[in-house]
Design a protein around this ligand. Structure first.
Ligand SMILES: [Zn+2]
Ligand SMILES: [Zn+2]
Length: 548
């Protein structure tokens, strides 16, 4: 019987850009096409998407794309894949509406082959069948995906938690997960994000209490910042606003669009008259206003960050405002978030964060919930995903404590090819994988070389060395001159570097000077080395040869 291969292209050894291939002789399917956000060394990078080389090379074999839920780390890279790979996209109604709106906004793409499914549906692709199983998470209609293969079920948990009082009342399909376990799960690809949190995660409903308390205590306006995709949290804010006689307004275009989609499709229930436009809030007293604002991650262009700098024209922070941070910092964003909070505090706002009060609840399973998933589904093999190596390693230890032998737990890296036949599973080689860095204009032009240059420019600045040359005759027509920007070393280091360069140039014969590339290399090395020796700095050296 043919092999089944499971190949993560993103989401293994990292939190973000989830994308996995399941492949057999009949073709391949893709589970999720997510993006991740840049970290502090990604200068000038807007988003990060998976390297899709493997999918592009196999584009004629891609039979379908399946999406577990509408979070950016699961759907946000579609606009970069779809121009290269055409295949029908299967997902639930809510996910489809969110994805359509994002694709249209980002690329103007309207013709997308989307097939709307419901939790419980199975899509039959012959030798691979994909079943949607409802799980609870922080966004509506999240589904685990059970991929039925000739060797057994490969179960993708998606992002999940076991929440028995979810905001929308829709429970995880524990019964079906149990049945799948009885039928035999071959491989569990499990969320591991919160594996380091002991116990059982609180229900999302707890956040309603926390938000309600914080709003009751607030003397003036309340601003709640969260992810614009956190629909359940939005509903809780609506409920809390209604219960406390406050009107609800929002800032940020993405949040407005999301609310429109959710209201139209019935995923948000907003009482008549509660929702007001931002320019109408002046009609009400401060204690009658609750605002939803973007910028929980300190994103520089988001509404809250602009307010913190006093640059948001439509709303100024005033003493008496209360700002509730109803989101967990994505690792790497902490610095930007604290700086935003500091600026808000200096303007007189009272800032409440997750650590002060239960106003944010994670959408991911804690340790006991993860154990329950393993116990219900009884997988033969386990591969923790949606986690950094430290999360994957903790998951391996947890699985071993539950009786799984080490050789049946795979802590995979992106690009690893996990092969399964009817008797065993093993990692067999790798396919191209990695990160593609996208700038704010949507171009994938930020290479590792560009990043290294930006890093060097940021640290030690740039020294431009101009030199007149006649490459036909092989002679110099002027002495080298230096112009510096962002360089903090002594002027004498530059003078010494130019002296050394003059000495080195004097040793060249006309045939050397005809080779401009060789001259540029010499300028870089002599000037770079002298400056580094004189003051331990490594500015970027840019030779400019002015040809006579
Ligand atoms: Zn996720
Ligand atoms: Zn998610």
């Amino acid at each position: 019987m043919s092999l089944v291969k499971v190949i993560p292209l993103g989401g293994c050894g990292e939190i973000g850009k989830n994308c996995t291939v399941v492949e057999n002789e009949d073709g391949l399917i893709v589970i999720d096409v997510g993006l991740s956000f840049p970290h502090e060394e990604h200068y000038g990078v807007d988003i990060v998407v998976p390297d899709f080389t493997y999918l592009i090379e196999n584009k004629d074999r891609v039979r379908a794309i399946f999406l577990t839920h509408a979070h950016e780390d699961h759907v946000g890279a579609l606009s970069f894949l779809l121009p290269h790979v055409q295949a029908p996209i299967y997902c639930t109604k809510f996910t489809s509406a969110m994805v359509r709106s994002k694709l249209e906004e980002r690329t103007g793409m309207k013709e997308v082959d989307m097939k709307v499914t419901q939790p419980g549906d199975t899509i039959d692709l012959g030798s691979l069948k994909v079943e949607f199983v409802r799980v609870t998470h922080s966004i509506p209609e999240t589904c685990a995906l059970a991929v039925h293969t000739p060797h057994g079920v490969v179960l993708f948990t998606a992002d999940f938690k076991f929440d028995f009082t979810p905001v929308d009342g829709k429970l995880s399909d524990v019964g079906r997960l149990t049945e799948l376990g009885r039928e035999g799960v071959l491989l569990l690809m499990s969320d591991s994000t919160n594996i380091d949190r002991p116990g059982w995660g609180p229900s999302e409903s707890r956040a309603t209490e926390g938000l309600g308390k914080a709003v009751r205590e607030a003397p003036g306006r309340v601003l709640v910042t969260m992810f614009s995709s956190n629909i359940h949290r939005m509903q809780q804010c609506v409920d809390v606003a209604a219960a406390n006689g406050r009107k609800l307004a929002v800032t940020g275009r993405r949040m407005e669009t999301t609310i429109d989609i959710c209201r139209r499709l019935g995923y948000l229930n907003i009482p008549e008259g509660l929702y007001v436009r931002l320019d109408e809030i002046g009609k009400y007293r401060a204690s009658e206003i609750l605002l939803l604002v973007t910028g929980s991650q300190g994103e520089p262009m988001a509404a809250l960050s602009q307010m913190s700098r006093g640059e948001y024209n439509r709303l100024k922070i005033v003493p008496g405002d209360t700002i509730l941070y109803s989101a967990r910092p994505i690792p790497g964003n902490e610095g930007a978030i604290w700086r935003t909070i500091n600026r808000l505090v200096l303007q007189g706002a009272n800032v409440v964060t997750e650590s002060d009060s239960p106003i944010h609840i994670s959408g991911h399973a804690y340790q006991e919930e993860i154990k329950m998933m393993v116990n219900l589904t009884q997988p033969f093999y386990i591969a923790p995903v949606h986690g950094e190596p430290r999360h994957q390693d903790l998951y391996r230890k947890l699985a071993m404590a539950m009786g799984w032998p080490a050789h049946r737990v795979f802590t995979m890296a992106n690009g690893d090819v996990l092969c399964v036949d009817d008797t065993k599973a093993w990692i067999d080689g790798r396919v191209p994988s990695g990160e593609v860095l996208i700038d704010q204009h949507g171009n994938a032009a930020v290479t590792s070389k560009v990043l290294a240059d930006r890093s060097a420019l940021g640290h030690d600045g740039v020294v431009v060395v101009a030199l007149g040359i006649d490459p036909k005759e092989g002679t110099l027509t002027s002495k080298p001159e230096a112009h510096v920007r962002g360089f903090s070393g002594p002027d004498t280091a530059i003078e010494d570097a130019l002296d050394d360069l003059v000495d080195a140039l004097a040793k060249l014969v006309p045939s050397d000077l005809r080779d401009t590339e060789c001259v540029e290399k010499l300028v870089k090395s002599v000037v770079g080395q002298t400056i580094s020796r004189r003051c331990q700095q490594r500015p970027v050296v840019m030779p400019v040869l002015v040809e006579a």
